[in-house]
Design a protein around this ligand. Structure first.
Ligand code: FM0
Length: 322
């Protein structure tokens, strides 16, 4: 039995940035995200007695061992759960620019958790799927769910998983400004580790999170896009501030990121609800009203090329496809 499974990317509004336990991927803090329709990964897993090792074929190309390592964490857990002793072929099609800070690992590892458990004959709950996705990549724990999801940090494998918060079927959307789709220099995994270990700003970041999380959940329940955006923007700026204090220091921002951030501030001056967030890469994502997505895209079309601007609406959770 093997089927294709689809998972969509999510973008965190309250960021996950730092691990309490690097092996199990237990985070330092709760995070909260919005799953989006525009970017996703389709994955099929086949356990096959003829295989002599695990194989990963991404967009038709066989991947090397380093790409395979996150995937094998998930495969090994599935084999353990299903008491299965076969290698797997993982075929994956990414509808996401890989490693451009667009969270391809979130959709990728979530789709893998779904496809591998399905192929092994396991019928897992969303909670167990979230835990399984988490050990591949932390942010993937949230892509099991559509709309807004919160990854509750927990303290061990069983207590660290995401939960749905709100289906986001209201007037909220995101406009992606792709300033650079090259593979990033510092991966999120390395970047957060360096920050936790060396940045004197890290404690300040952690201390501020309870307030951001509490306030954004209220804003979501009130369907207040303005407030959601304002909290998400300040949260992202704080996360990025921690990287400047790391040793050696680093930043994911480029001159083009700054241009994009300033364009968002300019949109606000013109009366639009528009706030930005950024992840471990130079791209900028605008939190706005879904009903204003095309209007805002038009406004930015003189500064950015057509292909650089991508509209996204809230997307669904993990599901089987034909
Ligand atoms: O998504 O080391 O999941 O909350 O995107 O694989 O657990 O790739 F902005 C950074 C995502 C981090 C914030 O980290 O790391 C977020 C980030 P892993 P991920």
């Amino acid at each position: 039995m093997s089927n294709w499974v689809r998972a969509h990317t999510n973008i965190a509004l309250i960021k996950y940035w730092g691990k309490e336990n690097e092996t199990l991927i237990i985070p330092k803090n709760n995070s909260l995200s919005l799953t989006l329709d525009a970017f996703y990964t389709d994955t099929k897993v086949t356990f096959d007695k003829h295989l002599t090792k695990d194989e990963l074929i991404l967009d038709g190309k066989e991947q090397d061992d380093s790409a395979l390592s996150k995937v094998q964490r998930v495969l090994e857990e599935v084999r353990k759960m299903a008491d299965l002793h076969l290698y797997a072929r993982v075929e994956s099609i990414n509808h996401v620019p890989t490693a451009a800070g667009l969270a391809s690992s979130a959709s990728g590892l979530a789709a893998l958790a779904g496809a591998a458990s399905h192929a092994a004959g396991l019928d897992l709950s969303d909670k167990d799927l979230s835990k399984l996705a988490r050990i591949g990549s932390g942010s993937a724990s949230r892509s099991i769910f559509g709309g807004f999801a919160e990854w509750v940090k927990g303290h061990d494998h069983d207590s660290s998983y995401a939960v749905p918060v709100d289906d986001a079927q209201w007037d909220i959307g995101m406009l992606f400004i792709i300033v650079n789709d090259a593979v990033k220099e510092v991966s999120s995994r390395d970047g957060m580790k360096r920050t936790v270990e060396t940045s004197p700003f890290y404690d300040g970041w952690l201390k501020s999170l309870d307030t951001d999380l509490k306030e954004i959940k209220i804003a979501i329940s009130e369907r207040d896009v303005e407030k959601v955006g304002r909290i998400a923007e300040r949260n992202a700026l704080k996360m990025h501030a921690t990287t400047l204090g790391a040793d050696p220091p680093f930043t994911y921002w480029t001159a083009e990121s700054m241009t994009a951030m300033n364009a968002v501030r300019e949109l606000r001056k013109q009366g639009y609800t528009a706030y930005f967030t950024m992840d471990a890469g130079p791209n900028v994502k605008i939190i706005c009203r879904q009903s204003q997505l095309s209007d805002i895209k038009n406004k930015l079309s003189s500064m950015f090329k057509e292909g650089q601007l991508i509209e996204a609406k809230p997307g669904p959770g993990l599901h089987l496809i034909d």
